[in-house]
Design a protein around this ligand. Sequence first.
Ligand SMILES: C=C(O[C@@H]1C=C(C(=O)O)C=C[C@H]1O)C(=O)O
Length: 399
Amino acid sequence: MNDVTQVGRACEKFMVEQNDLSGKTLFVSPHKSIIGKGVAAQLKVSSSAVNAAFVTEMLSQVEQGGGRRMLFAALPFDSNAKAYIQVPEQVMVLASPAADFAFDLVLPVKVDSVVSIPSEECYKSMVGHALDAIDAKSLNKVVLSRSLQISAQINVSNLIKQLLSSHAQGYKFAFHHEDSEGAMATLVGASPELLLSKNGVSVTSNPLAGSIPRCVDPEEDRRRAQNLLRSTKDLYEHELVVRSVAAALAPFCTQLSVPSRPSLLSTPTMWHLSTVVEGTLHDASTSSLSLAQALHPTPAVCGYPAEAARTFIQQHEGFDRNLFTGLVGWEDEFGDGEWAVTIRCSQVTDDKVTVYAGAGVVSGSEPERELRETQAKMRTMLNAMGLNEILEYSEEAYV
Ligand SMILES: C=C(O[C@@H]1C=C(C(=O)O)C=C[C@H]1O)C(=O)O
């Protein structure tokens, strides 16, 4: 693989110099940027058919310029839905750009219509139903989401540049694919959540759960963060996720380190409870994607118990999550790779963009606050598109 340090800030230069990033596949983590040009092979298959042997076979069949052979993939929330795999003709591995370069972008975007599916009122009543199911002991946690379907023409290249310049941390991605209606689409996002990374025998997962929107007033912002760290409801919501991640990784590991308390992680719009789980694999050849699939969907995006939560989501959400709350990332021919949870993202087509967000519901959750949480999470994408005015947002809910 290219020496990331030698390449230095070449990626930043690359990003700035390119007028159009829209044709390229990107996965930019805090450490390195993987950029794919051209398409040597691509597949759209049922997610349940994707496994390590499948990926090895696909990589072995293509010619690829660059160092190690690599592929990108995006897998859906639902294992019966389609997964997308793409082997680029050429791959560049570069240092990640510092997020302090500015773009004079975001031209006004003309919005023809905005529809929330489900509507905000329906979202709140769905949270109410979930609380009834939790009271009745049918489940402990369910993550409920909604989508904003916006008729507008979004410049994907500008959107990616905005996300790169405003999110130094986290995982920025752009993945081009043919959507369920056969239209060209791009999954674009800046996810704060690492499902799994694997390098040799080392594995890391960084589940997030338990969240509160940030505040422009620094004192209030700090107060919210401290309240989150002490919130029994959020600590419980978080613990369910960490337990499940640790249990899924344990069979593959000789050693696993799981901190006993979460720490805080921030994005420009949110505070999250965060735990970094680190392990050592029995077998260095276990592929990153197969490990990521063993974890997915964690209770951070589905719920607990998983089956009851999945059924609740199918019966109530009323829209197709598709790649939202799935996973996106890359893997090389040795099985090393990085997989982010596809949250804080949008699906962009020629004339439409869909923005998604969800929130975990446990005993003690309140419908209005969960709705506010989805609004704050949607701001990651809306701000980057220059559509900050679309949602009415009230700070009052947190005073
Ligand atoms: C579902 C989303 O986020 C997930 C839910 C979280 C929560 O409920 O606290 C936090 C991080 C994510 O795991 C989203 O951002 O849309």
